[in-house]
Design a protein around this ligand. Structure first.
Ligand code: AMP
Length: 355
């Protein structure tokens, strides 16, 4: 049974993804409550209730469970224990099993390979000795990445020479890691699959992404790549979402190689920055799609309205907001963050590329 209008969606995390999910939920008549420790976080500014507590605070989690009908999360570094605890009290979409895999780069790559989908070559690394051995097997260049708590290039270091092994190990803090072969990709693509409570899957059209300093700068959708490549990317998204047997969104980042191979880099079980274009360029946007999934409604159509380019406004770039507002092809989305630190995601702009 779908949740009726007026039901409450609990969101763990208070960032911009939670904010945009809450805005989409409001349009469909739902309320959202946020649990996050930070005061005045982006999502709390647009929702009627904010429980300001740490994710490990069991009394707060109990209280939160009382207040909401269903729970989701908006970033994948929420402590797994909190998600498991809440999942025992309220329906949790996507479930804790999905989060457990996506929080850990080793489990993630194992999961992808087990689904018969390619990744860069990789090895688990738990010590300098492991790293030396892994470098021997994989060769250089390679990338050492912490298994957990990495995002936007944090917790990773490129290795060009085996002599850098020890320095690289200490640079990532000597934590459990994986070594990956460096992929000389020609493009980075991403696909977001939505799976509803009935098991129906819809994939948003594939986006092509440009990063600067490891942070997403621009996404263009639909990707201007050969149809078979995009179809295969969607098929990968569909296969992985299906294997998780979960409800909600699954974003998959891919490397396209020069011989048209597709390798999965990483997955996120939540709305994704490369899917923001859907707000203005797709019949249903990724946030509404998530709301439909968690409230057990059918999925919305994913037809492209027009080709769209999404540009992140990082740090001071947010000062361009007034000029962007007078561009008839642009739609501005700001996140309500007070301080524009360098590299901080302050908002984004979606620009229509065709007439
Ligand atoms: P990640 O945190 O894994 O998403 O990595 C951030 C960015 O680093 C990616 O979007 C790529 O641009 C780059 N990168 C990560 N892993 C590799 C790799 N194995 N080979 C080449 N580039 C990589």
């Amino acid at each position: 049974m779908p949740l009726p209008a007026g039901a409450v969606i609990g969101i763990l995390g208070g960032g911009q993804l939670g904010r945009m999910t809450a805005l989409a939920a409001a349009r469909l008549g739902y309320r959202c409550h946020i649990l996050c420790p930070e005061p005045d976080a982006p999502a709390t500014q647009v929702t009627d209730r904010h429980l300001a507590a740490g994710y490990e605070d069991r009394a707060a989690l109990d209280h939160f469970a009382e207040l909401v009908d269903v729970v989701t999360y908006e970033f994948e570094n929420i402590p797994l224990g909190a998600v498991q605890y809440l999942a025992g009290r309220r329906p949790m979409y996507p479930g804790p099993d999905v989060l457990a895999v996506c929080q850990d780069r080793l489990l993630e790559k194992d999961f992808v390979r087990a689904a018969g989908i390619e990744t860069a070559p990789y090895r688990a690394v738990d010590s300098v000795e492991d790293l030396v051995e892994a470098l021997r097997a994989i060769g250089t260049p390679a990338v050492l990445k912490s298994r957990r708590l990495g995002y936007d290039g944090k917790g990773q270091v490129r290795i060009d020479d085996p002599g850098q092994a020890e320095a690289a190990w200490y640079a990532i803090g000597g934590v459990p890691a994986i070594l990956e072969g460096f992929v000389p990709f020609v493009a980075e693509l991403s696909v977001i699959a939505a799976r509803d409570a009935a098991g129906t899957i819809a994939c948003f059209p594939v986006a092509e992404n440009q990063h600067e300093n490891h942070i997403l700068a621009v996404s263009t959708a639909p990707a201007r790549r050969a149809a078979p490549v995009c179809q295969r990317a969607e098929e990968i998204g569909r296969t992985l979402a299906d294997r998780f047997d979960s409800v909600g969104l699954l974003a998959v980042e891919l490397f396209l190689t020069k011989d048209d191979g597709l390798l999965v880099n990483e997955m996120a079980p939540r709305p994704h920055n490369s899917g923001h274009w859907t707000q203005d360029g797709c019949a249903t946007d990724q946030f509404e799609q998530l709301v439909r999934c968690v409230t057990r409604q059918p999925l919305g159509p994913v037809d492209v309205l027009w080709p769209t380019e999404m540009e992140n406004l990082l740090g001071d770039a947010v000062d361009r907001a007034p000029a962007l507002l007078s561009d008839p092809r642009a739609r501005l989305h700001l996140y309500g963050k007070a301080e524009a630190r360098p590299g901080r995601k302050m908002g984004h702009v979606n620009r229509r590329l065709s007439d």
